[in-house]
Design a protein around this ligand. Structure first.
Ligand code: MEV
Length: 438
């Protein structure tokens, strides 16, 4: 393995590539060729990508695909997805088509509140702290005037600042728990800038607050940061239809509906199943979050925290049969942006947003919740009927054939052959070898 390197970030891109190729790979020439092969041929595009992050040596491509025919609140959408897992886009498209013929998806925003906190330590009289907080609140808001002005002009800004006492958990630990409306921006920079200014102003005002003792004046700011847990930035998406219209599900409609509800109920009470159930939902959600240039780590963290909000990790979707009607819905927190960040920088992100008709953040929340619900419908439908492997392995067939080094014509023959054969690793290998030896 390589030895530590000094000043790697200061090396030129070529030097970085040389270093990584000769220190960390067996075939430096092949490494360099590979890294170059994945560069854009357009120097401007490459420069843009190089500047997104630090120490870039190439681009890492993910497939960019379209799942068409999503009817959401009576409008049709083709949804762009960036994902590496075969069968996700096919499953989403299949679910979209299924529900297109049954009235489509309905989606609604429940809330758009974002959260940020200043965490601090105060050693002293709680009542004095609470009085101080009340007396400084106006000053705190005034101190971020230049940061909030343009957001306020557009109807957003700070919703509330609360003092929270958590000193029963950690000695002297309090928070300024702040809520924000950031409109079409995800709002991370806006929120963090406000919080850092709140912290500074709060500390400064404490230093001259006359009822505080010397120790009380010395508020210790630990950190100021937004929270990716956004339980009040919530969207709901739903499908429903009479059970009698649930035909075409590989089993009688009533049996299908009951089994489906049972499967969702299992995910509600059983964390081992809930995690996989929700992973299937995130297949759809992450793919659109990524395609639209949003922060999928933030979304993932917030969603899973929400799934555990009642004390046990549980399903994000819900299903029931009511008076002969099958209902299936998701309620999920999504902090998204359609302005700022990558949305104006990455050409494919811009295109993804254009394909979605340049949605507002609220609209994008609805579209992404629908993508998650559709994905979950497709997965649970397969699970309770044919089993997941049948469809999954069919979609995975091309990956397996590529791994075996099949030519285009061999792939064509084998895809035709496996139309009515079971796809397994062994059966694909065997069929491939048979074709090869002919
Ligand atoms: C695979 O990526 C996702 C599934 O496991 C989801 C599920 O089990 O519901 C099929």
């Amino acid at each position: 393995m390589n030895t530590p390197v000094e000043g790697f970030s200061k090396l030129t891109k070529t030097q970085k590539i040389d270093w990584i190729a000769s220190n960390c790979t067996k075939d430096p020439k092949a490494t360099k060729e590979l890294l170059e092969q994945y560069w854009s041929t357009d120097p401007e595009v490459q420069k843009l990508h190089d500047e997104f992050i630090e120490n870039t040596v190439s681009n890492y491509y993910l497939p960019f695909a379209i799942a068409p025919n999503f009817k959401i609140n009576d409008e049709l959408f083709a949804i762009p997805m960036a994902i590496e897992e075969s069968s996700v886009v096919a499953a989403a498209s299949k679910a979209a088509k299924f529900w297109l013929e049954r009235g489509g998806f309905k989606a609604e925003i429940i809330g758009t509140e974002k959260v940020g906190q200043v965490h601090f330590v105060f050693k002293g009289d709680k009542k004095k702290l609470s009085d101080f907080f009340v007396s400084t609140k106006k000053e705190l808001i005034k101190s971020v005037g230049t940061i909030t002005q343009s957001m306020e002009e557009r109807g957003g800004g700070i919703n509330a600042i609360e003092l929270r006492d958590l000193s029963d958990k950690i000695e002297g630990y309090y928070q300024l728990h702040c809520t924000f409306e950031t409109l079409d921006a995800m709002g991370a920079n806006f929120i963090n800038s406000c919080l850092e200014q709140f912290a500074k102003t709060f500390k400064e005002l404490a230093l001259t607050h006359d009822t505080f003792t010397e120790e009380e004046k010395n508020i210790e700011i630990v950190m100021s940061i937004l929270s990716n847990y956004v339980p009040n930035c919530l969207v709901k998406a739903e499908v429903s239809c009479p059970i009698s219209e649930l035909g075409d599900t590989d089993m009688p409609a009533t049996e299908f509906a009951e089994k489906f509800v049972q499967a969702v109920n299992i995910a509600k009470v059983e964390p081992f199943r809930a995690v996989t159930h929700n992973k299937g939902i995130m297949n759809g959600i992450d793919a659109v979050v990524l395609a639209t240039g949003n922060d999928f780590r933030a979304v993932e963290a917030g969603v899973h925290a929400y799934a555990a909000k009642d004390g046990q990790y549980s399903s994000l979707t819900h299903a029931k049969i009511e008076n002969g009607t099958f209902r299936f819905w998701i309620e999920i927190p999504l902090a998204l942006g359609t302005v700022g960040g990558l949305t104006t920088l990455h050409p494919l992100v811009k295109l993804a947003l254009e394909i979605l008709q340049n949605p507002s953040a609220k609209h994008l929340m609805q579209i992404i919740a629908v993508a998650g619900l559709a994905q979950n419908f497709a997965a649970v439908r397969s699970l309770v009927t044919t089993g997941i492997q049948k469809g999954h392995m069919k979609m995975h067939l091309l990956n397996m054939l590529n791994q075996l080094g099949a030519t285009d014509s061999e792939k064509e023959q084998l895809v035709t052959y496996f139309k009515d054969q079971t796809v397994t690793n062994a059966s694909v290998k065997e069929a491939f070898e048979r074709i090869k030896s002919n």
